[in-house]
Write a protein that binds this ligand. Structure first.
Ligand SMILES: Nc1ncnc2c1ncn2[C@@H]1O[C@H](COP(=O)(O)OP(=O)(O)O)[C@@H](O)[C@H]1O
Ligand SMILES: N[C@@H](CCOP(=O)(O)O)C(=O)O
Length: 352
């Protein structure tokens, strides 16, 4: 019997796009790719997975399958289906183009890669909606994981669950993700909480082909957890209405051809997360307020990408001027940047 080989490819994502905090996401042309070889069953002793890693994060990512986010998520899926461990001598090569902790959805991509890996290894054939439930037990805001899974410009919500399901869906992450092999003398993690059915729901919006994304990526990391801690628990009606009005317009405006810069620039403004995150990202207010469609022809709108620190500028042309002027503003605060011109791509694929 021959080895089985397959590839999993998951895109980067930019969440929020201004007013859509925890609601909208956009899949972008940087990828996390797993090349997986499953050897045929043998009678020899059990050999744990061999994990190799190249690209972004290679120096810091754990290569122990019981510590690595992607493989722990895969194991979570397997154990929820009574499969206790990875196949023996599993070989996984990860190549990552998505920088860590920059607001481009690296952790969401790692989680989606994990659910797809578990689904393949276990031969589970779970539908996309069920895979999303598993991803949402790990990454609990739906914007990144939904866009990474289904691709495009996507809006999603979490269904209100009944009391029992809410409890099942809100267990600590440490109870969801296994951290030990099955022979570690621990029962812990072998019967993890199974996700309630239908946690997340989504819709894909139109996207005008002419719109590209300039990702202006500061050379420092900001963890999403830290950037969420600075957000308030309550908002004024004025600020909520400000965002709702803009989000309603934005979801259609980005699908129109030709896109309307005046409409989009205003519709990408936000009062729910960016004002609170500016202290963590020196240069953010100046970049978003001084780079406008009037000063930079081709620009449509500009916002924080996810929890930051990356800034996302949507534009049809004039990409170099936008990025280089953002670089100059960041330089004044001693922050160096890299920038990439990205396109909106399809969702995750598994190729046999
Ligand atoms: N491919 C990956 N494999 C394993 N862990 C990853 C991978 N990508 C991201 N992570 C984990 O997620 C962390 C970054 O997540 P987060 O703070 O949410 O930032 P973001 O998702 O915006 O890049 C990394 O420091 C790392 O621990
Ligand atoms: N809605 C979330 C999105 C986080 O995205 P990430 O790419 O920074 O992980 C938030 O704004 O906190």
């Amino acid at each position: 019997m021959a080895s089985r080989k397959f590839t999993i490819k998951v895109p980067a994502t930019s969440a929020n796009i201004g007013p859509g905090f925890d609601v909208v996401g956009l899949s972008l042309s940087l990828h996390l790719t797993l090349t997986v070889v499953v050897p045929p069953p043998s009678d020899g002793p059990y050999v744990p997975p061999l994990l190799k890693y190249t690209g972004e994060g290679a120096a810091e990512v754990p290569l122990d399958a019981y510590k690595n986010l992607t493989t722990r998520v895969a194991l979570y899926l397997l154990r929820c289906h009574d499969i206790r461990s990875f196949p023996s001598r599993l070989d996984i090569h990860v190549n990552n183009e998505i920088p860590f902790g920059r607001g481009l959805g690296s952790s969401g991509a790692a989680v989606i890669a994990g659910v797809l890996l578990g689904n393949e290894l276990g031969g589970l054939n779970l539908p996309r909606e069920r895979l999303l439930d598993f991803a949402l037990m790990v990454e609990r805001h739906p914007d990144n994981v939904t866009a990474a899974l289904v691709g495009g410009f996507v809006g999603s919500y979490l269904r209100e669950l009944d009391e029992a399901a809410t409890e099942a869906a809100s267990v600590p992450l440490s109870e969801v993700l296994p951290e030990f092999p099955p022979d570690a003398g621990e029962d812990w993690g072998l019967n993890p909480p199974v996700p309630p059915l239908g946690i997340g729901h989504y819709v894909r919006f139109g996207w005008s082909e002419s719109i590209k994304a300039v990702a202006i990526i500061p050379r420092f990391e900001l963890s999403t957890a830290k950037a969420r801690e600075v957000l308030p628990l309550q908002y004024s009606r004025k600020d909520l209405v400000f965002n709702l009005q803009r989000l309603a317009v934005l979801t259609t405006a980005l699908g129109q051809s030709p896109p309307n810069p005046e409409l989009i620039y205003e519709a990408m403004k936000d009062r729910v997360h960016q004002p609170y995150r500016k202290a963590l990202i020196p240069g953010l207010p100046e970049v978003t307020s001084s780079i406008t469609p009037a000063t930079h022809p081709g620009l449509l709108g500009i916002c924080l990408s996810g929890a930051g620190p990356t800034i996302l500028a949507l534009a049809t042309h004039g990409f170099d001027a936008i990025a280089e002027d953002a670089r100059a503003i960041f330089r004044k605060t001693n922050v160096k940047i890299d920038w990439k011109l990205l396109t909106v791509v399809g969702g995750s694929v598994v190729v046999q």
